[in-house]
Design a protein around this ligand. Sequence first.
Ligand SMILES: [Zn+2]
Length: 271
Amino acid sequence: MVLHDGVQYRAADAHAHIYPGKIAEKATASVGSFYDIPMGNVGLPHVLWEAGGGAGIDRFLVCSVATKVEQVRSINEFIAQKCRKYPQFLGFGAWHQDIEDIEGEMDEIERLGLRGIKVHPDFQRFQIDDPRMLPVYEEASRRGLPVLFHTGDSRMDFSSPRRLMAVLNKLPDFTCIAAHLGGYTEWDTARRELRGTNVYIDTSSSLFAVSPEKARESIYHFGVEHTLFGTDFPMWKPDEELERFFALGLSEEENRAVLYGNFQRLFHLDG
Ligand SMILES: [Zn+2]
């Protein structure tokens, strides 16, 4: 439980990255240099559990990104293995735009007990609305697997909110999470160009840069009931991200929804 202003909240981190031990330091450092942001932690599962659990968070959506198609299987097995070890973790599978057997790979993701798919178009170098990806979104949608997109980067165009909107124009019911308040460094564009019935956003890697007023504008644009708290661990320290979140000054009921209620509903969790 997280305690704020005398109120106890249950909290889930809807955006956390974990890496296998032998590459964790290097992978963490390369993400830090891509964004030119000093990393708060090293992306190891036990560090996530210690830092997040220490801050009072007791559920974590964990994921990793495959920059080569050959990495998908081993990443997904790693994520699934860590979810077995840490019952607090709920895993998303990695995907790659070069996967040919879409149904087969999705069978594998479901067999591993993973609950959705994570992609990072800028690292993976594909456009969100790439025609190869449309059948992937359709199949994920059909199976009830939400797709978490790294969204937005004003330095490039792969993950722009506009491209996600192009997908939603074709698949209006598609359940997706547009990370970083709908578009990292493109927060205004995201509010202008992106909307949809099943579009969720997360608060990760944004609150350090966006004023509380602007963050609230994004949250109300997409809907409080479509907003998930996330840290982008290991980028940010969970306790500090919680502080930034509470500084938005949302109501107690809104805090409850964003910190846990929406996460619980999206993933059909009992408790
Ligand atoms: Zn991410």
